[in-house]
Design a protein. Sequence first.
Length: 601
Amino acid sequence: MLKPQPLFRLLIAASLLASMALLTYAQSSSNQPSRAETKAWVGDYLRYFKLDAQASAEEIEKITDLKLKILDPSISLPDRQAAYKELYGTLFRLTGFNVTDQALTGMTQNTAQATQKLLTGGPLKPVSRTTTPLGQLGHIERLGRGPVPMILIADARTDWTIYQSFMERNASKYTMYAVTLPGYGGTPPPPRPAVVDLTTTPWWDGIEQGVMQLIEKNRLNKPVIVGTQTSAYLAARFALRHPEKVRAAVLLNGLVYSPVRSFTNPDAPATLEERRNFIAKQPGAIGMLAELSPQFLPAKETVDEMMKAPTQAQTNTMLGTTRNLERGKALFASTALNSDPRAYRYGAEVLFNDLSAGFKNLSVPVLSITPVPDDSSPSQGSPASAQWTELKLRYPAIPLTSVFFENTRNYITEEAPSELDRAVEAFLAGKPVEGRRGHSIASRPSPRGSAMQAIGATEVAIAYSRPRVNARKIWGGLVPYNRVWRAGANEATTITLSSDMLIEGQKLAAGTYSLSAIPTETEWTLIFNKVATQWGSFYYNSEFDALRIKVKPQAAEHQEWLSYNFEVLSPTAAQAILQWEKVKVAFKIELDSVKASASGQ
């Protein structure tokens, strides 16, 4: 089975993809299609997703009726949500994918709200049926006359202006070509394939071809390729496939692969084959939900009205991008006005691919900058920080520089402009690259906590978040037995040793580790993993374990808020103690006796 929380997140993410289309595109009553037109559309839809053989005549009629119902401006919000839920449930059943009622409710609630607002909003216009031939780019904007050529590829959902301030600030350093992907910025998308097959990447292949033509046409001498979020995939792929054509790549908030847990071991990452099999069965991931969006764009006055009272999901999307809500609204409005609903395929193609194996042979310098959001951000929990840390651990000799920008939300160009400028300049000059330090702390249901103890001349520090019992069943309930648990809440619990130490008699080198646990009623396994920069244990990979130890849980007095503390045993040893509810677990930390003797302690 799959890990429930990441699965729910992936389903919600798929729902938000569809919601983005639906909160952007809707039909008015005057544009309502006929039943015959809708039924013909359903037939084409099912053929594209290879479900026409599975769907009975009754199911085709049902999907047709539900499609018409969700686009009916006269129905109430509860009726629209019920129709969405039934429609999504029907599609899930056809694909054979099991989804919980909770996940289905969460997915359809936001979509229904967005559609309801739009169907009662202002005027709409049909999307052009034209397409951009594969190999052509959507739009190219040139700025700057600096000595270093640079190609900046916009994220899906945005246009080239996501880089505009960067380009204006650095016009004397770089000659820049900012690329808008076809399907965004008011440009038509590439043609849709005859049937869905996301083991291939024709759209990204076309963008790669277009960038190659851009380089050749302008006689660019090894440009720097920059990508943000979705387009970071292409920037990385370009560096791996065409090292002779580029001097470097800069990846802003990019992923190496889409994280999915193994089918056979939910505490291990899935193989590429498992990920593809899993994602291929998800209606949201392969685009089935996004394809339901009607082919209409709102007028500017419709979007302006929507921005006066955005839904919570819309606000979260804006604030996940940048803390500046007005700037977030402007980006969101631009997406709403200028994004083709068919362009979801860029993200779907990325979901099916994994670049990690290719990095083994990386020869072009790559800079990955990963944002680490503040405590108030709605976009916490990204797998990116863990993935880039793992790559550096797996292939330490490759020319990959990975830094973290703390207190930064998804769009680094918006959130940390001066730090970004310095990082890129240092990277291209071959100098050390500094990350961005310092968290903005905010109130959380599970607040941050820390504990520190000096053992001889060594400092041992534990940083964690403190969940509350809150009348819940903890052991074997909220915290399942025989599963990896983050030993806290929110980010991974970490332990830092300023020098080598012995943990329950076993050596652990100086450094910072994530601290996880596998609890059972009679014995716990404590795990010290080299990937400290991860969200909880949802992306845990045992490949990077530094140490595992066995300890016995003990009965204890009730502790409402999880806590860590130390009990000093001697000048050279202490016990670290985790205590929560009516259980405590202790493990001994001590100086290496040989080193302690040599130093006279």
